[in-house]
Design a protein around this ligand. Structure first.
Ligand code: NAD
Length: 723
């Protein structure tokens, strides 16, 4: 044994081949924590001390190769100053360079996922062999940083600047075939032949059949690019990537700049450039929030995983209603492999639902993600029906009929008589209380909410709503089904609007108040889009539909009359809101091509919004005054009610943790991810500053803006939502 650590062992075989194996004790995966990096330094020193080695294989004893750096350490480390971070990465460079400079041929056997730092370890060796099921990539830009352990230096030299930009700026996880095609790896073999393939490469290098020194020189020398190539590779890419990433995500473009600056430099100088840029990005709020997001996502997925373990997988599902949502649910279920019965009361609705599913499958086939046979097979997993005939053997049913409590109650009671006693019934209602819908059920313990978001195939969130009588099994089965559909389920407790709509409607309330004060809705939309939302509130209302917004608003007003009363018909004497006025004037939004905007079909047949003077004139009717408001003031008037309602949901126990609340808003309504969620946003502003802002607004605008007692206390004692 040459070296034995907690995560790394180095052994030598009879032919003088050393094997450095990653196998982190008591963990299911390998990751490069600070401690593991230190061990790697010691292991490399031990290798340097051996005199008779012929070659080195780096491999892993786990299912993955190395998933990357240990992200749980990032917040703590990135708090340090830039000089510390530069120095930290330079120390890692020294270790990685020492591997690259070992006086014998080296190869990495990539058996499974090799991401970030894991990929960068693999890049240090002369050769790489990869299992056909493995994945290789540098996703750091997705966390607001860039590859800081040589990825921006070695990868372009290995696969060319243009390919490296695609991998690094895109943060892609790449399959073995793509990695081989680009030259990132030298061979792809089935997993069980990986070791032989690695040893074979070393033997051939030792025999002189392969010139490992030439390979190494290629990777350690500056890139040779002419001015035109420079132009093509870097300038064009910067423009394209900047457009795609948008103004809030600087890391992808920064990574291209680092590749560009380092391209003509020595390895060490290029690494110094990389270290400096890394340190700068690591200190940004965007990076802090994206790292927080990653950790929250892990927490949410872990929780869901625990629920799912408690039950058998759903083998056969059913959905009632083949409308926008029912059709989407059927598609998603079939697409991920759970057969589903789709029942409606109208033949045309079934046809429409199937047509939509077919269209989505066809798109996947066009993109090469499905063969025609696979598409046909998946489509056959959706069985349309007008009767309850086959409902005797269903594990879980999603009710997705019209949003009308009486209809839903009738449908659910009828359904309960058609299914097995163990069948789990769920409702995709957007707002109606789960306890109310459970009232007439014989087995309310088998019932809960399963709230998808539109469009189902795109939106990652499913709110699983636990009613007062819902059993643990019902929640667990619903979570398991949502996971099997490729979604991120978050369990919440019952209340009007549940978590996401309860938080969204006060935001619309803020919008309505702005309209009453004479704000221009196009300006509000532009500001909120600049703030990071995928669409502004007026545009979002057009997408949601004015009828839906008014009906849901009434539910919210009834549930929380004090602060959301005006979301319904309005208190006595109160004037109408812009949303109600739109509704009354049959401006329903995208569904009838006119709302706050008018809609025309673009070349692809998708609705394109255009300014509509009639809508502008209509909104002016609700303006009771014409206040001059600054951009910051408008943002505060929109964001404060949303953030406050999120705080209330946490305080009321509707949602279990700050992490889950923030993830639900990001996955459900597109809260700007780089801001980390509503509670992270309050933390970033400072709780005291947020409370002061809310109090000032509450004085003028009323209870929608009033901070809670707990929040006031938090402001006073300096506490935060995230430690
Ligand atoms: P939709 O009007 O497009 O579809 C409803 C379908 O239900 C229609 O095809 C109708 O024929 C069918 N239906 C009516 N009564 C039925 C019955 N007794 N049995 C079987 N089918 C019946 O509505 P949608 O937008 O798909 O909404 C469905 C549910 O999903 C509602 O509760 C809604 O609040 C909720 N939801 C909608 C959205 C959204 O953005 N559209 C988002 C989340 C949740």
């Amino acid at each position: 044994m040459i070296y034995q650590g907690n995560a790394i062992t180095v052994a030598k075989n009879g032919e003088g081949i050393a094997r450095l194996t990653f196998d982190l004790k008591d963990e299911s995966v390998n990751k490069l924590s600070a401690a593991v990096i230190e061990e790697l330094g010691e292991a490399v020193k031990a290798l340097q001390g051996e005199s008779d080695l012929q070659g080195l294989v780096i491999d892993s004893a786990k299912e993955v190769f190395i998933v990357g750096a240990d992200i749980t350490e990032f917040h703590g480390v990135f708090e340090k100053d830039e000089a510390f971070l530069v120095e930290m990465n330079q120390r890692v460079h020294a270790i990685f360079n020492a591997i690259e400079d070992l006086p014998f041929p080296t190869v990495t056997a990539i058996n499974g996922i090799a991401l970030g730092g894991g990929c960068e370890v693999a890049l240090t060796t002369d050769y790489r062999v990869m299992a056909d099921s493995a994945r290789l990539g540098l996703p750091e830009t997705k966390l607001g940083i860039l590859p800081g352990w040589g990825g921006c230096v070695r990868l372009p030299r290995l696969i060319g600047a243009d390919n490296a930009i695609e991998w690094i700026a895109g943060g892609t996880e790449n399959k073995a075939a793509a990695a081989l095609k680009m030259g990132a790896v030298d061979a792809v073999v089935p997993g069980d032949q990986l070791e032989d393939a690695a040893l074979d490469l070393l033997t051939r290098a030792a025999r002189g059949e392969l010139d490992y020194r030439a390979r190494r020189a290629e990777k350690t020398s500056p890139l040779k690019l002419g001015p035109i190539e420079q132009m093509m590779a870097f300038e064009t890419a910067k423009g394209y990537v900047a457009g795609k990433a948008g103004p809030h995500y600087p890391a992808p473009v920064e990574s291209i700049k680092v590749i560009q600056k380092g391209a003509g430099e020595s390895r060490e100088r290029a690494q110094a450039i990389e270290a400096k840029a890394f340190a700068k990005l690591a200190k940004t709020d965007v990076c802090f929030n994206l790292v927080g997001l990653f950790l929250n996502d892990q927490l949410v997925k872990k929780k869901a995983g625990k629920y799912a373990q408690q039950v058998a997988p759903i083998r056969q599902a059913a959905v009632l209603g083949a409308g926008i949502m029912g059709g989407g649910i059927a598609y998603q279920s079939a697409s991920k492999g759970t057969p589903i019965l789709m029942k409606d009361i109208k033949e045309e609705a079934l046809e429409l639902g199937l047509k939509e599913a077919r269209k989505l499958f066809a798109k996947q086939a066009e993109r090469g993600k499905l063969t025609t046979e696979q598409m046909a097979e998946k489509l056959s997993h959706i069985r349309p029906t007008l009767s309850y005939g086959d409902f005797g053997h269903i594990d879980l049913v999603v009710e997705a009929v019209v949003e009308n409590p009486k209809v839903k109650e009738a449908v659910l009671t009828e359904l309960e008589d058609q299914v097995d006693e163990a069948t789990i019934l769920t409702s995709n209602t957007s707002t109606i209380s789960i306890d109310r819908l459970a009232q007439n059920l014989k087995r309310p313990e088998n019932f809960c909410g399963m709230h998808f978001f539109n469009p189902v195939h795109r939106m990652p969130l499913v709110e699983v709503i636990r009613g007062e009588k819902t059993s643990g099994t019902a929640v667990a089965a619903t979570v398991a089904y949502a996971r099997a559909m490729g979604k991120t389920p978050i369990v919440v407790n019952d209340c009007p609007g549940f978590l996401v709509n309860r938080v969204l409607f006060p935001y619309f309330g803020g919008f309505s108040l702005l309209m009453k004060q004479g704000a221009d809705f196009q300006r509000v939309d532009k500001l909120m889009e600049k703030f990071g939302w995928p669409m502004g509130p007026a545009y979002l209302l057009d997408v949601v539909g004015m009828d839906t917004a008014v009906h849901a608003g009434e539910v919210m007003a009834e549930g929380f009359p004090e602060r959301m009363g005006s979301l319904g018909g309005g208190a006595k004497g109160e004037s109408q809101s812009a949303i109600q006025l739109m509704f009354e004037n049959d401006r329903l939004g995208q569904k009838n091509a006119k709302g706050f905007y008018a809609y025309e079909e673009d070349k692809k047949g998708k609705p394109k919004k255009v300014v509509d003077e009639a809508a502008i004139a209509l909104v002016k009717e609700v303006a009771k005054e014409h206040r001059e408001l600054s951009d910051e003031e408008i943002i505060a008037r929109m964001m404060v009610p949303l953030c406050l309602e999120t705080v209330r949901c946490l305080e009321d126990g509707i949602v279990g943790s700050a992490a889950e609340a923030d993830m639900a808003l990001i996955y459900g309504i597109g809260f700007p991810p780089f801001r980390g969620g509503a509670l992270r946003y309050i933390d970033a502003l400072g709780v005291a500053e947020f409370v002061a802002q809310a109090e000032r607004l509450a004085e003028e605008l009323g209870p929608l803006y009033a901070p809670t007692e707990t929040l006031r206390r938090m402001a006073a004692d300096g506490s935060r939502f995230y430690a």
